[in-house]
Design a protein around this ligand. Structure first.
Ligand SMILES: C[S@@+](CC[C@H](N)C(=O)[O-])C[C@H]1O[C@@H](n2cnc3c(N)ncnc32)[C@H](O)[C@@H]1O
Ligand SMILES: [Zn+2]
Length: 274
């Protein structure tokens, strides 16, 4: 791992790597864990003992994503990245997956020419990401205070994760892009119908970004044929409505063969002024 771009979360000075130790000039130091990640979330930044997604959620998401159900989405994200950011022989292109979870989207952005970072507040997720995808740089950190200097990234991708416009804008290079994926109207409607009597469509109107220019928008929509009841339960546990599902509903879903559910994603691409 060559982590040349991290800054100290305590004083914002650059972190310099000495073997497994990353240190700033003020002598704040951070160890690289054996699973190949940096913990850059000082205790005073934590609002709970284990912030972010827990181990069960992380395991369910990895199991679901590895079945390929969201591959059409990630293929499109990576295609947009290569379409918009052309490699420059004089400058390494730097990518951030903000709220990267277990690194499923992060590692698919890696190419021979770029450097890719993934940040998430959930240690369990980053541990899994660092261990599996050695070619990317992962850190436990908060999106509200990213451990990077200003204007570093030419591409930030945010998939179903909190969008912090001011901080993302700070670390974007001039002319850099922010790609967000949020649920579109029909996303997981059939699953919701098992949970709510009056399942409502997602509200697509709300634009989370106010000051960057919206340069492109599209929907990706397709039916997913879930192969097993366990896949359906894994998908359920990735949703914000999972806690509403009774044991009875979970049991019904677990024993339901050939469950078809709509994937409906909204992709928005923003650009910082060149
Ligand atoms: C729904 S998950 C999406 C994960 C991944 N992008 C994916 O689609 O597989 C949202 C992620 O945001 C992370 N998260 C939530 N609040 C955060 C914060 N303040 N800073 C960093 N990560 C955060 C959670 O830990 C979780 O991994
Ligand atoms: Zn420091």
């Amino acid at each position: 791992m060559t982590a040349l771009h991290y800054t100290c979360p305590l004083c914002n000075l650059p972190l310099v790597a000495q073997d497994k130790l990353y240190r700033c000039e003020n002598n704040h130091s951070f160890d690289r864990a054996k699973e190949n990640y940096l913990n850059l979330l000082p205790v005073q930044f934590k609002h709970s003992k284990n912030p972010g997604d827990n181990k069960a959620m992380v395991n369910a998401r990895r199991a679901f994503l590895e079945q390929g159900y969201y591959q059409p989405l990630v293929d499109r994200l990576v295609a947009l990245y290569h379409e918009k950011v052309t490699p420059d022989a004089n400058k390494t292109d730097i990518v951030l997956d903000a709220g990267c979870g277990e690194g499923f989207y992060t590692h698919q952005h890696k190419s021979a020419e770029n450097t890719v970072y993934g940040v998430d507040i959930a240690k369990e997720a980053i541990k899994k990401a660092g261990k599996k995808y050695q070619q990317c740089n992962f850190s436990v950190a908060t999106l509200s205070k990213l451990p990077f200097s200003d204007k570093l990234f030419s591409w930030i991708v945010s998939v179903y994760a909190p969008i912090l416009e001011q901080e993302f804008t700070r670390v974007l290079s001039n002319g850099g892009f922010l790609l967000t994926v949020t649920p579109a109207k029909q996303h997981l409607m059939q699953l919701k119908q098992h949970i709510y009597n009056d399942a409502k469509e997602h509200d697509e109107e709300k634009l989370p970004i106010e000051h960057l220019a919206l340069v492109h928008q599209e929907n990706i929509s397709y039916p997913m044929q879930l192969k097993t009841g366990q896949d359906t339960l894994n998908l359920l546990s990735m949703t914000p409505f999972a806690f509403k599902a009774s044991d009875e509903v979970k049991n019904t879903l677990l024993n339901k063969p050939d469950f078809t559910c709509q994937a409906d994603f909204l992709i928005r691409l923003y650009q910082k002024a060149p």
